[in-house]
Each structure stands twice: as structure tokens, then as C-alpha cells.
Design a protein around this ligand. Structure first.
Ligand code: SF4
Length: 362
């Protein structure tokens, strides 16, 4: 399919290049952001998606977020979830509550637990290895858990090197790492929105060490912090370069910053900005197979539309989610609803596991 017609633009030429399988540069990505032709960007992104995933499936996973603690000493300005240990509503969930939530997830056909919390300085490293061991002794469930910020907190409290922390977590039962904490992989914006969070190179190092030990991880991105277009493009290029080295990012997941109840405040990026960024991410990050739609932050309709802008996956049913909902995103779906959304978007609904193996087609 050629986008070059009688009135060819620079953006058309870049899209043609991407469709021919050539890799786009930062300058070419900039040209795409300058284009207002959202429909053309989406159509090209969908074509690239179909090269990676030609089966017309719209996949999803049934999982549950377990936010085991909201105590955090990283104080990101965009976060409405964290509390200090002194706050009356701070918590660490008991093991029993965690087990009950996992049992409920399994009863609903769930296969994955996304345990994520604050960087709680009061939890020793043994807390994490113990809870993983206890979970694995009781349940047959994939633990896709802990953001890079939590992993680095474990490094700090244990005094162990990063590779040893990850090795011990794996041995205890950690299966894969979510991309949480990537936000924008460039330090100007990172330092403005979360001074105490790791640099982008540290985020990448956590993923690199995990991937080199054989784990798969996901790459995430949040837009709408006032980051520059160049920073967004550097984010894509840095993920792409890491993927060239290991091939172990299973998915790329982007969403927009949710400003309610945060210190940073600001306005929510529009659906158009989200879809445009999504399409360009699919065109730039040419070596990751799966792109997830962010219906949790964008709502069902935009979540569906994302399937026309490069996504082949609807993410998860999210039995529970407390982090973006604290910042104003209140979208919920059960399995049947998600199946309907995917079908209405023109795809064949399919339940998958964390590693994107198909479990059931509907
Ligand atoms: S985003 Fe995560 S690391 Fe940052 S303050 Fe919130 S809970 Fe803590």
C-alpha cells in the first residue's frame, strides 16, 4: 500500500519507508508528529501491526493488580496513590488478604498477578522472596510483578547487587517484570516529575539484567507530562535498541498521565494525542510484536479505536486497579465485556497468558 499520491507530503514518504520495513530515525519520527493526518498514521500503524500479528486476533489477559503497599518514599509528583508510613490510610496488605485476592483471580479464570506497590523502605528484601515463595507454594499463577523502582528499592534495602536481587526473585517465583516506572525514558522530564526515581538508564539496566537472565519484560510509556517530542522519540529509540539486544520485551504499552489528585496537576492529554503517539510508537518501535490498548485510562471507545492505531492486544480485565484510579481513571471491564469490545472492533477475541500464548479463542 502506498501513501504517495499526486500530492505527496514528507509524512507520506516516511510512512512508505516504514511500510517497506525500513527503520525510522528521530528526524523522520519528528515529521510524523508534525503531520495532522491522524487517519493515515493509524492506517500505517495498523499495517505494521498486521505484519507482526496477521491473525486478526484481539487478545487479552485475565489478571489482577495487587497493590500490596501504598507506602512509598519516591514521592513522584504525578502519583495520587502513594502515602507516607505516617498517613492514616497507609497500608501493607497481610499475606492472607493477598492470598484471597489471588484465589478470587483464579476463580475468575485469571492467569496473572501484577503485584506492584510503592517503594516501601520498611519492607526487607526477604518480604518479597518470602511472599513469592508462599504464593507459588499455594497457587499455579504467573507472577508478572514489581516495577524497576521497587526492584531498585530491594537493591537498596538488601545491599545486594542488582543481578543477585533479580536472581533471588526469580528463584523465589517471579516470572516476568512489568514496565512500570518507565514514564518517559529521558532524564529532563523524569527529574522534573519524580526527582527521586531512577534515571532512564537505571530503568533500562533493570530490564537488561532481567532479560539477560532469561526473563521477559514489558516496556511502558506515559505521555502528557509536558515532555518534548524529541523525548518521546528518544523513548521509542531506546526501547528499540534494547529490543535489538535481547528481544525480550513482549509488549509496548503507552497511556496518558492522569492528573487528578496529584501534586503535578496539569491537563489530561487528549484522545487524539494518545492515538497519534500510539500510531507513531508502532511505526518507530518496529521490533516489538505486541502493543496494548489502554482502555483503562482512555475508556472503552478509545480503547477500541486503539485497535485501528496499531494495537493487537486489549490488555487485561483488571479485576482490581488502584493506581491510575486514584488519579481519576475509573474504567472497568469484565471478561464478557472485553470480549464484546474486541469483537465490535472487528477482531477475534482471544484470551492469552503473560507470554502471549493463546489460551482460548471466543
Ligand atoms: S509512581 Fe510509584 S514510585 Fe512514584 S510515588 Fe507513586 S507509588 Fe511511588
Amino acid at each position: 500500500m502506498s501513501f504517495v499520491n499526486t500530492k505527496s507530503t514528507k509524512a507520506d514518504e516516511v510512512l512508505d519507508k516504514a511500510l517497506q520495513g525500513e527503520r525510522l530515525s528521530l528526524e523522520e519520527g519528528t515529521i510524523l508528529y508534525q503531520s495532522d493526518d491522524l487517519i493515515k498514521l493509524g492506517a500505517a500503524a495498523k499495517k505494521i501491526m498486521q505484519k507482526h500479528a496477521p491473525d486478526n486476533l484481539g487478545t487479552f489477559v485475565i489478571n489482577r493488580n495487587i497493590n500490596y503497599t501504598n507506602i512509598c518514599d519516591t514521592y513522584c509528583r504525578f502519583c495520587a496513590f502513594y502515602r507516607t508510613a505516617k498517613d492514616a490510610d497507609s497500608y501493607v496488605l497481610s499475606d492472607e488478604v493477598i492470598f484471597d485476592k489471588i484465589q478470587e483471580t483464579i476463580d475468575l479464570g485469571g492467569t496473572e498477578i501484577l503485584m506492584q506497590g510503592g517503594t516501601n523502605p520498611n519492607l526487607p528484601f526477604s518480604y518479597y522472596t518470602d511472599i513469592l515463595k508462599k504464593i507459588k507454594a499455594r497457587f499455579d499463577i504467573t507472577m508478572h510483578s514489581f516495577s524497576s523502582a521497587e526492584i531498585l528499592k530491594m537493591v537498596e534495602v538488601s545491599g545486594l547487587p542488582l543481578d543477585e536481587v533479580i536472581r533471588q526473585l526469580r528463584e523465589a517465583g517471579l516470572d516476568s517484570l512489568p514496565g512500570g516506572g518507565a514514564e518517559i525514558l529521558d532524564d529532563r522530564t523524569r527529574m522534573r516529575i519524580s526527582k527521586l526515581k531512577e534515571s532512564w538508564t537505571k530503568w533500562m539496566e533493570v530490564h537488561d539484567v532481567a532479560q539477560r537472565q532469561g526473563m521477559n519484560t514489558t516496556a511502558t510509556m506515559v505521555i502528557g507530562f509536558g515532555e518534548s517530542i524529541e523525548e518521546r522519540l528518544l523513548h521509542f529509540i531506546r526501547v528499540r535498541e534494547q529490543q535489538d539486544k535481547t528481544g525480550r520485551f513482549t509488549a509496548f504499552i503507552s497511556w496518558v498521565y492522569q492528573p487528578d489528585n496529584t501534586a503535578l496537576k496539569g491537563t489530561r492529554a487528549t484522545a487524539v494525542e494518545y492515538l497519534k503517539n500510539l500510531a507513531i510508537s508502532r511505526l518507530m518501535v518496529d521490533n516489538v510484536r505486541n502493543f496494548q490498548s489502554s482502555w483503562v485510562t482512555m475508556g472503552h471507545k478509545i480503547g477500541q479505536l486503539a485497535m485501528e492505531f496499531g494495537c493487537n492486544d486489549m490488555g487485561s480485565t483488571m479485576i482490581e486497579e488502584n493506581v491510575v484510579s486514584a488519579a481519576g481513571a475509573h474504567n472497568r471491564s469484565d471478561k464478557e465485556q472485553l470480549i464484546r469490545l474486541i469483537r465490535d472492533a472487528g477482531r477475534i477475541p482471544a484470551q492469552r497468558d503473560t507470554q502471549y500464548n493463546i489460551l482460548e479463542i471466543f
